[in-house]
Design a protein around this ligand. Structure first.
Ligand SMILES: [Zn+2]
Length: 454
């Protein structure tokens, strides 16, 4: 029996923050009470915050398929360094995770490298059958992701953005008919349906060469997000499926989502630190590290998203951690691919935003509790309470962290948030009661949703 006591900190419990010690036995939290006695290892957390490990439900490991960009080892090392103790990987790796067999082999590979726990999304695309979804659910998929604006090249084994491109080798992206056809199946399985919400016909109408940041903004109007959110909500609503909007980026998209929620659509909204902390005005300073899709937009969009978070309409902050190589990102604007690493700064970003909104204890709700619930892990992760996994992050509220690309543990050394200063410092991170530090041999496990029907 391995015991651990974390003593003297301010602990985030389901009832809010309080002064308590946290007792852990064999990786599970057993007691959260003042002045507990230590039988084994004790850690002094006096003056510190004791938080549940973050659950980042939107990362791209790039593994398998693009391991020159990232792999499960480097992804989860970066996650661990920032207090993210569970990552949920998107299915657009190669081969795409569209069957139970692919999901199982990806899980085995990830298990051999992961430093923190991980879950896997399955892919829902135009040719997907109900049986494929059922088999992936049985194999442990946390839910399914549909890319409304991306295509898949089977022969070139690539995942591409390509609305408006005529190419017989590209399989069409998921469409609203596909969502209407498969939403009842996903609902029956009790899993969430996540979408990349950009409408491909709107994007096709605004397609142009991307020579400058303004071109990028004009090519991805917020209308594309709003149309996709509204249409997906319209076709999903009747089925009762839970629709999850990934990386919400615009005021217009937020309004469309709120309209859909008001008429009873079961829906959760996720946004990302880069949309909450940056605007298009930062491009001159940051450069291609902030080229991503959907794009980082105007100050008005940022303000609307921050307000959505403040009002609780947006409940989840995840990162869309999407590395490309430093070499690829240092090309000119047109050639630099879209996406950047971000998992390592999730918790610090949330703490800073929550502090700036006047209640620092919102951060563990956005980064840990709400995302854990989305992917069916809410009974074991997302809170510090008896029976929960001892995924624990100790944060110093008097520390300072300056985000610097060279401190990133991702395989890549660039970051959209480089230069940001946070009034917090991650001091220690535990995965199921074991410290996750550089050099430790802690191993992540695959997590599965608890609430799968049947
Ligand atoms: Zn993504």
């Amino acid at each position: 029996m391995t015991e651990l006591l974390i003593r003297g900190g301010t602990v985030y419990t389901p009832d809010g923050p309080r002064q308590a010690d946290v007792h852990v036995t064999d990786g599970v939290i057993t007691r959260v009470e003042p002045r507990l006695a230590a039988n084994g290892k004790a850690v002094d957390a006096t003056g510190m915050y004791v938080l549940p490990g973050a659950v980042d439900v939107h990362v791209h490991s790039r593994d398998p398929g693009f391991t020159e960009k990232e792999d499960f080892g480097t992804l989860t090392a970066a996650a661990a360094a920032g207090g993210v103790t569970t990552v949920v990987d998107m299915p657009n790796t190669v081969p795409a995770v569209d069957s139970a067999g692919v999901l199982e082999s990806k899980a085995a590979m990830a298990h051999s490298k992961a430093r923190v726990d991980f879950g896997l999304w399955g892919l829902l695309r135009s040719g997907t059958t109900p049986e494929q979804l059922e088999d992936m659910a049985a194999a442990g998929a946390v839910g399914f992701k549909a890319y409304l604006a991306y295509s898949f090249s089977l022969s070139r084994k690539q995942v591409l953005y390509s609305p408006g491109v005529e190419d017989p080798d590209l399989e069409a992206p998921a469409d609203y008919g596909t969502l209407a056809r498969l939403a009842p199946v996903v609902a029956q399985l009790g899993l969430p349906l996540a979408i990349h919400a950009e409408d491909p016909t709107v994007l096709a109408a605004f397609r142009r060469p991307l020579l400058t940041y303004d071109d990028l903004l004009e090519s991805r109007p917020p209308d594309a997000e709003a149309v996709a959110v509204s249409a997906a909500a319209a076709v999903a609503r009747e089925s009762g499926v839970h629709l999850h909007i990934a990386h919400l980026s615009s005021a217009l998209g937020l309004q469309a989502a709120e309209d859909a929620m008001q008429v009873g659509t079961s829906m959760s909204l996720e946004t990302c630190p880069q949309f909450l902390l940056l605007t298009s005005q930062d491009f001159d300073r940051v450069g291609t590290a902030m080229k991503m899709l959907p794009p980082i937009r105007t100050a008005a969009d940022r303000d609307a998203l921050v307000d959505g978070l403040r009002r609780g309409v947006i409940s989840i902050v995840s990162t869309d951690h999407a590395p490309h190589t430093d070499e690829e990102k240092s090309q000119d604007f047109e050639r630099a691919p879209a996406g950047s690493p971000g998992v390592q700064t999730l918790y610090l970003s949330c703490l800073q935003l929550a502090k700036d909104l006047g209640d620092v204890w919102r951060a563990p709700r956005w980064a840990s509790q709400a995302p854990a619930e989305l992917v069916g892990l809410g009974e074991h992760k997302g809170a510090i309470a008896p029976g929960f996994d001892a995924d624990i992050v100790i944060v110093d509220p008097r520390g300072k962290t300056s985000v610097q690309a060279e401190h990133m543990r991702s395989r890549q050394r660039h970051a959209a948030l480089a230069g940001k200063e946070f009034d917090f410092e991650v001091k220690e991170v535990f995965l199921r009661g074991e410290p996750v530090t550089r050099g430790s041999r802690t191993r992540g496990r695959m997590v599965r949703p608890a609430m799968v029907a049947g």
